[in-house]
Design a protein around this ligand. Structure first.
Ligand code: BES
Ligand code: ZN
Ligand code: ZN
Length: 497
């Protein structure tokens, strides 16, 4: 599962004792001969016998003939170039990674293969390999069983391309991205007995090693600030809450920061409005938003992004208890607005209410993007292949949608409106934390909007995309790390420099 993959780029390499990998486009001659590795024409013959034509999602894995220095040849079909999306190279890297999982040594030949790769493409391919190579196996005590590579065994990957120098440069950022996504996945996969608010805060604190300024607010400090909404959620747990604040100052001192806010419910039982037993274990991943924010801050610092960025994570556990908050309780948020808590399972919005308000007031950011596994309703609306996007700012929403298409972490814009907003008016408080039967994801977003002041803001409901994701070319993990690449791309394309 988890592999230590070491990637290097070279202008040429001999595949001695390696799997030699060749991407092959549909209908084209495969390129091995060009590399002089197949003098006898064995590959061509094998491809003919197997009717391998380079169709996408097909590959041909054959033992190298005697006399060849390679152990195996792997031809990977890349389909028709006209069908390639912007995430083609990263997916190709993932596909190759899953096909070579037992090999100690891999050489991927990009030159003379089709399509031709630029340095950035080769770096994306490497990123795809690192993402697909991730596995969460820290609780497997028998490593190296059966056909798995042992944890301490490495896989050396050489990517051969005439653009090796450019690829190496581009991969400096790519390696940072892989580390950030895999950090987010680790946090989501980690069970809640091992990752409470305090343990999560310690992982946030670790980012100081990369030059991120980190503050961790305790319960007392949050009480002083008047964060009654967040604290109400936390009060049923014996594990106290934390608020993590990360600052990356890569821009000019006078530049306003951009800000990312994450829901970090380390476990969501529903509280007194308790969830049914079936599937409740998934709620260890209810901190997927906070994980993505932490992973993103890791990326920005590791690649020394040229901007100022804030990350805020609200870390709580939602438990039933003699001291837990009850349905009907009224809490006062940091904003001063009062909230009637009609369902203690609609807790993420309560946590974010205070985190968003705090962030808007203290940092006055250029924009805020929050990420949250907020509603089951967003899965009913969009399934598992798009996150819900809600925004009060068309330019920000458009930029997020474009970043989604570029990275393959797709988002779909959903509506906001005063009619929906009215549904959360309460008879006895300023608002209630649930609305009617329909449009649950929209109602949750309307609730959040009451805490953003007039900051340009976008909310990403990632309940369907951050956890329990179907395996893809670049992800074989339960926690997907969704949002890290999306927001890194947003920042890179629009807000840096
Ligand atoms: N954490 C859940 C939402 C969720 C469900 C995330 C499934 C990931 C997978 C959230 O706190 C919640 O319980 N929401 C309720 C809101 C309802 C009570 C208004 C929901 O969606 O049912
Ligand atoms: Zn809940
Ligand atoms: Zn929740």
């Amino acid at each position: 599962m988890s592999r230590k993959i070491e990637i290097s780029f070279a202008r040429s390499a001999k595949p001695s004792g390696a799997v030699a990998v060749f991407p092959v486009a549909e209908g084209l001659q495969f390129p091995a001969a060009a590399q002089g590795l197949d003098p006898g024409g064995t590959l061509e013959k094998a491809a003919g016998i197997a009717s391998f034509k380079g169709k996408s999602s097909t590959n041909l894995d054959i033992l190298a003939p005697s006399g060849s220095s390679a152990d195996r040849f792997l031809l990977v079909g890349t389909g028709k170039a006209s069908a390639h999306g912007p995430d083609f190279w990263i997916k190709l890297g993932g596909t190759i990674c899953s096909a070579v999982h037992r090999a100690r040594k891999v050489v991927v030949y990009l030159d003379g293969s089709d399509p031709a790769a630029t340095g950035a493409d080769a770096a994306d391919l490497a990123l795809g390999m690192l993402l697909r190579g991730y596995g969460f196996d820290r609780y497997k005590t028998r490593k190296g069983d059966a056909d798995e590579a042992g944890d301490d065994e490495r896989q050396k990957v050489t990517i051969v391309t005439s653009t090796a120098a450019a690829a190496k440069k581009a991969f400096e950022a790519g390696a940072a991205v892989a580390a950030g996504v895999n950090l987010a996945r680790d946090l989501v996969n980690e069970p809640a007995n091992h990752l409470g608010p305090i343990e999560f805060a310690a992982r946030v604190k670790d980012l100081e090693k990369l030059g991120v300024k980190v503050e961790i607010l305790t319960e007392r400090e949050m009480r002083k600030l008047g964060m009654g909404a967040l604290l109400g959620v936390a009060q049923g747990s014996v594990r106290p809450p934390r608020l993590g604040i990360m600052r990356w100052n890569g821009g000019k001192a006078k530049d306003k920061p951009v800000a990312f806010i994450g829901k970090g419910v380390v476990f969501d039982t529903g509280g007194i409005s308790m969830k049914p037993a079936a599937g409740m274990e998934d709620m260890k991943g209810d901190m997927g938003g906070a994980a993505a924010v932490t992973g993103l801050m890791h990326v920005l610092a590791a690649r020394k992004a040229a901007l100022n960025a804030i990350g805020v994570v609200g870390l709580v556990e939602n438990m039933p208890d003699g001291n837990a908050q009850r349905p009907g309780d009224i809490v006062t948020s940091m904003s001063g607005q009062t909230i009637e808590v009609l369902n203690t399972d609609a807790e993420g919005r309560l946590v974010l209410a205070d985190a968003l308000w705090y962030c808007a007031e203290r940092f006055q950011p250029r924009f805020m993007v929050d990420l949250a596994t907020l509603t089951g309703a967003i899965m009913v609306a969009l399934g598992k292949y798009h996150a819900g996007l809600f925004s009060n700012d068309d330019a920000l929403a458009d930029n997020l949608a474009a970043a989604g298409l570029a990275t393959g972490e797709r988002v779909w814009r959903m509506p906001l409106g005063s009619e929906y907003d009215k549904l959360i008016d309460s008879r006895i408080a300023d608002m209630k934390n649930i609305g009617g039967r329909y449009g649950g994801a929209i109602i949750a977003a309307q609730f959040l909007q009451r805490f953003v002041k007039d900051t340009p803001w976008a909310h990403l409901d990632i309940a369907g995309t951050a956890l329990g994701s179907p395996a893809s070319e670049i992800n074989d993990s339960w926690g997907s790390g969704f949002g890290v690449r999306l927001l890194d791309r947003l920042v890179r394309d629009h807000y840096e420099g």
